[in-house]
Write a protein that binds this ligand. Structure first.
Ligand code: ASP
Length: 316
């Protein structure tokens, strides 16, 4: 098992074998989480601070549960995005926290790159819980684990990522991971929601759902990131649903055993039909949530091992 990272800031720096190490260890935590006795002492004595400068339901709960199940002392700080200014304030906050000697810092921030910046200023392990439209590494890892369990592998699959690609850190981290693991990726969405320079990612781009979904193994839907839009990206939600909302008819173009994914929170009737989202024969959305806790336990476990093995290297 090799995992040479001191932080988990994104998928970009990870090697394929490190991704596999993390997914393999996650499997052990899936099994632990299904037992009545879920407690481990892997992080006993360590302090985990969760700093969320942006709203979160799943991710924050998942990181908190993951830390507690591993025996860490977990503290949640809910930071109001409106009360912080970029740059100095963030660094001041980081330095203040650093003085309290945390071992693991889980950070979500509305600005891309803010978590990397913070990681340079503290001497604990930092986990990115989503920074702007940049990366959301644990989401891509939990998605990979969900796919691997459903399809028996995480390579050579046809995977469609659909909808608001431009504003989505989930899409970006997934693209990076699925590309590293040698999958064939299709991006489907209106041109207004495709980021510039998308060709560099080595994915095929489609404007039409039926065409793009043809024979795919996995359909990954994305939320319309309204909070990151300043108008004019889609004609109307009704029109968007008609063209890009996943329903049974559009899904019929994918392979008969294709799975449906969504990172949540879902806009039912906008990017996905509610009945389809709840159809346990096709949708693995609840599995994604379950895998999320296991993946975060594995990530914190691996980072804590590196922290213990090389404490000096972590000193700034
Ligand atoms: N929960 C995911 C994120 O934080 C996806 C979303 O919000 O649409 O990026």
């Amino acid at each position: 098992m090799r995992f040479d990272q001191r932080h988990l800031l994104g998928i970009e720096p990870l090697r394929p074998d490190e991704i596999t190490t993390l997914l393999d260890l996650s499997e052990r935590y899936v099994a632990l989480n299904r037992q009545q006795q879920k407690r481990s002492t892997v992080l006993a004595g360590l302090t985990q601070i969760n700093m969320f400068f942006e709203n979160s339901t799943r991710t924050q709960a998942s990181f908190e549960l993951a830390g507690k199940r591993l025996g860490a002392d977990v503290m949640n700080m809910s930071m109001q995005a409106s009360s912080i200014k970029k740059g100095e304030t963030l660094i001041d906050t980081a330095m203040t926290l650093n003085a309290m000697h945390p071992d693991l810092l889980v950070v979500r921030h509305p600005h891309s790159g803010a978590v990397d910046l913070l990681a340079q200023k503290v001497n604990c392990a930092v986990l990115n819980a989503g920074d702007g439209r940049h990366e959301h590494p644990t989401q891509a890892l939990l998605d990979a684990l969900t796919i691997r369990r459903a399809k028996g592998r995480i390579h050579r699959l046809n995977i469609a990522i659909c909808g608001d690609i431009a504003h989505s850190r989930v899409a970006r981290s997934n693209l990076l991971l699925l590309h590293k693991m040698e999958n064939r990726i299709r991006l489907i969405g209106p041109p207004t929601l495709m980021p510039a320079g998308i060709d560099a990612f080595g994915a095929e781009v489609y404007e039409d759902m039926k065409e793009g979904l043809q024979d795919v193994d996995v359909v990954m839907m994305l939320r319309l990131q309204k909070e990151r839009m300043d108008g004019g990206f889609i004609p109307s939600e009704r029109e968007y649903y008609h063209r890009y909302g996943l329903d049974a008819e559009k899904l019929s173009h994918a392979k008969p055993d294709a799975i449906v994914m969504h990172p949540g929170p879902m806009n039912r009737g906008v990017e996905i039909d509610g009945t389809l989202a709840d159809d346990i024969n096709r949708s693995v959305i609840q599995d994604q949530v379950e895998m999320g806790v296991a993946v975060r336990m594995a990530a914190m476990d691996l980072l804590a091992r590196n922290l213990r093995a090389h404490p000096k290297e972590l000193m700034v």
